[in-house]
Design a protein around this ligand. Structure first.
Ligand code: PLP
Length: 511
């Protein structure tokens, strides 16, 4: 396997995959398998790259990075981000508390989300975080709370512009759908008419300051043309709302997140040719019934062996390219439409862009099946599961991978790489692999964003530990669950307690 896609915190030392200066196999030996690993230096490096690239382009005012906390809410990681001067995009009451405990300055916390409970809005305003208004219900709650607050409530309005971007969104596995329609169908953000109503009402509330605007579309596409379209439409709608609000001038403009990471695994498990391949396979399999099972499996085996998959090898645009596309478009479009950007703070909320390539998921090979009859089919099973990589499943990720103790070994076989849950749990379908043994260590790359936070206990599996690596050091930052942890929320009604619960008659009136 070629290693040209390894970068920054990942390298090969002889046959070993290194995460910073520690061998992946050493981490497994010390902390167990499976394991989430985060590189502290990679997180810092990513933040600085965003900060520098956007500040270089946004010459009108300051730039602040508010990483999306949902992408990785480990307290230790949030402390790292706070030490870099970052803010935070938070979605829930719990995420707000994590940001505060990590020491993120409240004025750099963007409280997003819809719907928001009144208590959550009250806490947001009391601690001095920014309330990002995403519904008229948020405005109603603000109207009722603001008069009793002891400090000025600072808020922004989340716009949902129609971008007019007609190329296909990566979010839809069923087939190509225009990106602008998919993003208009998403619940985040207010339409123009509701934004105007929200703006007018907010400007009338005493003790509330409207600080500016927010927008987030998500990673529909990795391309910079999608970003230019977003920023053109955002500037158009900001200018419109400012005009309609009687010459209002924003102090902050937040552009949300949605930047791809270099090895972009997003949507790579979606194969748009699959329906045609499956159709051909099905027809062939029906036809071959005429020739008996031996011939049928022999031909199908050849056909299936050609249906291999491989991770993305085309690098997504770099942070510099995103920054250039965003800042140059936004500055010129705002200026052209009469909104002078001078002095406006630009905020961005990368999630996967900060955490994605800082995370690696390690797991040991615990079973190898080499099926020969009725047709060849190899299955390598790891001691992890798709249920520990759930968010990636939602986004149809195909992660790049390495066998961490066989770096550079030639690929000699095709196999499915599966997890250990009772589902098919196909982590990688029909990929090329070196010769393997039970006990080898697999590394799934770019798993730092969303994956750990979305893990579940399906099959009563305890969730793995998370380790942070910095240079040659490594620390557990989230302990592995025990079976007792998994069962901790279970409660037994009185009649089901005791050694063996006695049967009860079924209530016949309910049938
Ligand atoms: C409001 C907001 N900001 C930022 C992000 C981060 O997006 P990404 O991880 O694609 O950069 C999200 C993700 O859902 C979001 O909802």
């Amino acid at each position: 396997m070629s290693d040209h896609t390894l970068d920054d915190c990942l390298s090969a030392n002889a046959d070993q995959l290194m995460i910073e200066k520690v061998a992946a196999t050493e981490l497994i030996r010390r902390f167990g398998s499976p394991l989430y690993v985060v590189s502290e230096n990679q997180v810092r490096r990513n933040v600085r790259r965003f900060q520098e690239a956007f500040q270089k382009g946004w010459t009108a005012g300051p730039v602040r990075v508010l990483p999306a906390l949902k992408a990785n809410w480990n307290l230790a990681v949030q402390r790292v981000l706070a030490s870099e001067g970052c803010g935070a995009d938070v979605y829930s009451a719990g995420e707000l508390e994590i940001a505060l405990r990590a020491g993120v300055p409240p004025e750099l916390i963007s409280v997003n989300g819809v719907p928001k409970a009144a208590e959550h809005i009250r806490r947001t305003l009391e601690v001095g975080a920014r309330l990002t208004i995403d519904s008229l219900e948020d405005v109603r709650i603000l109207e009722s709370l603001a008069p009793a607050l002891s400090r000025v409530a600072r808020v922004r309005i989340r716009l949902r512009p129609a971008t007019g971007f007609a190329r296909a969104s990566d979010f839809v596995p069923e087939g190509p759908l225009p990106t602008d329609l998919v993003s208009l169908g998403y619940k985040g953000g207010l339409s123009l008419d509701e934004s105007l109503e929200a703006g007018r009402r907010v400007l009338r509330i005493k003790g509330v300051e409207l600080m500016g605007f927010h927008q987030h579309h998500g990673r529909h596409r990795a391309t910079t043309d999608w970003w230019r379209a977003q920023m053109t439409a955002y500037a158009r709608d900001i200018a419109y709302v400012c005009r309609e609000l009687g010459g209002y001038r924003p102090k902050e403009i937040d552009i949300g997140g949605g930047y791809a990471i270099p090895r972009d695994p997003h949507a790579k498990a979606i194969d748009r040719t699959a329906p045609f391949q499956y159709g051909a396979l099905y027809l062939l399999s029906r036809l071959l019934k005429l020739f008996g099972d031996r011939v049928r499996y022999a031909v199908l085996g050849r056909f299936v062996s050609m249906m291999t998959t491989s991770p993305n090898q085309v690098a997504a645009p770099g942070i510099d390219q995103y920054a250039e596309a965003v800042t140059s478009t936004l500055m010129s479009e705002l200026g052209r439409r009469g909104v002078d950007p001078t002095g406006i703070m630009l905020q961005l909320e990368p999630g996967r862009g900060i955490h994605g390539n800082a995370g690696v998921h390690l797991a040991n090979v615990c079973s190898i099946k080499r099926q020969k009859w009725p047709m060849p089919w190899n299955v390598v099973t790891l001691d992890t599961s798709e249920f520990f990589l759930t968010a990636g499943r939602f986004e149809h990720h195909m992660h790049d991978y390495r066998v961490a103790n066989r770096m550079g070994a030639p690929a000699v076989q095709t196999a499915d790489v599966t997890g250990r849950s009772c589902y098919a749990d196909r982590l990688l379908g029909a990929v090329r692999l070196p010769d393997l043994q039970v006990g080898d260590t697999f590394a799934l790359l770019d798993t730092g964003a969303y994956q750990e936070g979305s893990a579940s206990n399906f099959n009563a599996m305890p969730r793995p530990a998370t380790v942070m690596v910095c240079g040659a050091e490594a620390w557990v930052i989230k302990a592995a669950e025990t079976l007792d942890d998994v069962l901790a929320r279970e409660r037994l009604p009185e009649h089901l307690k005791g050694k063996a619960a006695a049967p009860r008659p079924v209530d016949a009136t309910l049938s």
